[in-house]
Design a protein around this ligand. Structure first.
Ligand SMILES: [Zn+2]
Length: 284
């Protein structure tokens, strides 16, 4: 596996420590720019503007993004965690990990595929849209990035329409996740596969869902994020299998050299869950 990136490998953590003041100034500049642009620009235009300006504030060669192939001094802080978001394409750890996985463990760049991308992440969407072998459709309830606006619990696509489904960090937001899983299976052709990454509390055998958790603050405490409706345990796999998927779990991150993990900033630690297991669901 060729996971060694070109160029010298230095520590983005060390860079962060040595430039804390400059880093804080950059974060403030980005926040101010975002606040100003929110008042005067539509979301797509704001996104395009920040994609041009942010890389200028993060110029350097300590960390690399495999999605957009740019180098930076460090990545943008996200939810208080430093070194998370790519200043250029907005990728987070899991998006960079997913693209490395798709490149190295699938033939998504060479074979003709019909791809359905649910709740499209900008960094992955930009790559897939450019692949000439891919017939690409994205869908979301209301995102401006999506081609089709729809509910994952009731998809407006015919049976067996897609060869690949990308549906990451979606199901933990969906009230009827079993219904959504069944819908995904329905629109997949026999032999099609889906990437179904989610936040998973690996140490818990059973998924935690509590009807008493009603407010965003409750959800943050119980599930780890304000807009999650459950915290999946290791029985996430069982739910997928109940819906009709043949499931495999690839701990791809474990096969990547530590210096590559650091260079691409691939690891994220969270108090309640892990999010780097790559769940693949095949339709038999
Ligand atoms: Zn990037």
């Amino acid at each position: 596996m060729s996971t060694t990136p070109a160029g010298p490998v230095s520590s983005p953590v060390a860079d962060h420590a040595s430039t804390t003041t400059g880093g804080a100034a950059r974060e403030h500049a980005i926040d101010a720019l975002r606040a100003l642009s929110e008042r005067v620009l539509s979301e797509p235009r704001r996104d395009a503007l920040l994609r041009v300006l942010r890389p200028l504030l993060y110029r350097g060669d300590s960390v690399s993004c495999p999605c957009c192939r740019n180098d930076f001094s460090r990545l943008v802080t996200h939810r208080g965690v430093p070194n998370v978001r790519c200043p250029s394409c907005g990728s987070m750890e899991r998006h960079r990990l997913l693209w490395l996985y798709l490149q190295q463990r699938t033939d998504v760049q060479t074979r003709r595929y019909r791809v359905l991308h649910m709740a499209p992440e900008a960094s992955i969407q930009r790559i897939l849209r450019r692949l000439p072998n891919i017939e690409y459709v994205s869908a979301d309830l209301d995102s401006w990035r999506a081609d089709v606006h729809c509910d994952i619990q009731d998809l407006p696509f015919s049976d067996e329409s897609f060869d690949i489904v990308i549906c990451n960090h979606v199901l933990e937001h969906i009230p009827d996740d079993r219904g959504a899983m069944s819908e995904l299976v329905r629109v997949m052709a026999p032999g099609a596969w889906a990437v179904l990454m989610c936040p998973i509390a690996r140490q818990c055998a059973t998924t935690f869902e509590d009807p008493e958790v009603r407010t965003p603050a409750d959800a943050l405490r119980a599930y780890g994020q304000e807009d999650h409706v459950r915290l999946y345990g290791s029985d996430y796999r069982d739910r997928l299998e109940d819906a009709g998927f043949a499931v495999s779990v690839d701990r791809f991150l474990d096969d990547i050299a530590p210096e590559v993990i650091e260079r691409y900033a691939l690891r994220r630690t969270h108090d309640l869950f892990e999010e780097d297991d790559i769940y693949i669901g095949r339709k038999p």
